[in-house]
Design a protein around this ligand. Structure first.
Ligand code: NDP
Length: 339
């Protein structure tokens, strides 16, 4: 497959509001030692894109945004040591294969992705599903296996239970036999979280969340709390966690969690974890383990993807998607149709 010299991509030259997003003509990626070049068809929208655009995470500019993709392979890595490695052989990549994966710069016609962050889509999985599933799906699966191994009978609190990661956590934790309690802001979101495995859902704008959690857990609190909201829910998490429980603070939708003294944990011997997906899938073996599990669970119908909206590949399309996701009005997954 021949690669054009330039391509369209959505990038920022400065940080700020959604208005800084621009559709620009930039250089296309060229074949390199350890990257696969993908002709992007779909690119998932994630909260992290808004942190990068707003400057919550500081990165060199100009920057093409987007963290996950699905599409077809346009070029393979050039390094012999990569091509001959056991893990590369396991994935069996060929030009033209349909793949999905994680890579920075996916709001573009082509993206260069580290080969071990790509996975061939099984024949029965639509190309679109790849971009709906990878980043949020792998995040949910790494957390429930490694940050806190969720067990049958656990009380699990999922904040933003109708969101992208939230719905997948509800599905996966209920599949593992946990009692899933969700928090959401509206009755419509509560209904959706229930349809996706939450046993009980608390509407944060109408109910006292900490009181409800205490009632639902017989006063004990939850074994684990999955918190992607951050600043606004952090203090209450310590009320809702049970003795020896684990608070997983994995995102900053309402703002970054402030620094705290370790002595804060002593009240209930609480563990706090602040994981990122990247550090759980750093090696080819680790990423293979989770990609395999992700597509097994999709195959079994355990993980299903609720699409909030498909947006066009334009600056206005991504501006709208980012405005929507930060306005608390979305459920499930937002995706950009690139080709
Ligand atoms: P969501 O679809 O969950 O959207 C965010 C949700 O957070 C909103 O819908 C809203 O749900 C809730 N929320 C509560 N308070 C606020 C607020 N003040 N402003 C905005 N939203 C608020 O997004 P994602 O699924 O894409 O991401 C969820 C979290 O997971 C994010 O924090 C993200 O950064 C994090 N993440 C972390 C990863 C990691 O590796 N650590 C990887 C992937 C995602 P409601 O209105 O129902 O409360």
């Amino acid at each position: 497959m021949s690669l054009p010299k330039t391509m369209k991509a959505i990038q920022i030259e400065k940080t700020g509001g959604p208005e800084v997003l621009q559709l620009s003509e930039v250089s296309s990626p060229t074949p390199s030692a350890d990257k696969i070049i993908i002709k992007v068809e779909w690119a998932g929208v994630n909260y992290i894109d808004t942190y990068k655009r707003a400057g919550v995470y500081t990165l060199p500019l100009p920057l093409v945004l987007g963290e996950e993709f699905s599409g077809t392979i346009a070029a393979l890595p050039t390094s012999d040591s990569v091509l001959k490695s056991e893990q590369y052989a396991l994935r069996g990549f060929q030009v033209g294969d349909r793949v999905a994966g994680t890579a920075s710069g996916s709001f573009a016609e082509y993206v260069a992705a580290p080969w071990d962050k790509c996975w061939k889509l099984p024949p029965h999985v639509a190309t679109e599903t790849g971009a709906l599933s990878v980043l949020q799906g792998l995040t949910a699966l790494t957390m429930i296996r490694e940050t806190y191994p969720v067990k049958r009978g656990d009380y699990v609190l999922v904040h933003a239970a109708a969101g992208g990661v939230g719905l997948l956590l509800c599905q996966a934790c209920s599949y593992l036999g946990a009692h899933v309690i969700g928090t959401v802001s509206t009755p419509a979101k509560a209904e959706l979280a229930k349809q996706n495995g939450a046993e009980d859902v608390i509407i944060s704008k109408e109910q006292n969340v900490t009181e409800e959690v205490k009632k639902l857990t017989g006063g004990q609190g939850c074994h684990v709390i999955f918190d992607g909201i951050g600043k606004d829910t952090w203090e209450d998490d310590f009320e809702m966690i049970r003795r020896k429980g684990t608070i997983i603070t994995y995102g900053n939708a309402s703002g970054v969690v402030p620094p705290f003294a370790p002595l804060k944990l002593a009240g209930k011997n609480v563990k706090v974890a602040r994981p990122t997906l990247t550090n759980y899938i750093a090696t080819p073996e680790e990423s293979a383990e989770y990609f395999e599990w992700l597509f097994q669970l999709i195959d079994k119908g355990v993980l299903k993807f609720h699409v909030h909206e498909k947006y066009p590949f334009t600056a206005d399309g991504l501006r709208k998607a980012q405005t929507d996701i930060t306005s608390r009005g979305t459920t499930g997954k937002l995706v950009i149709q690139v080709a």
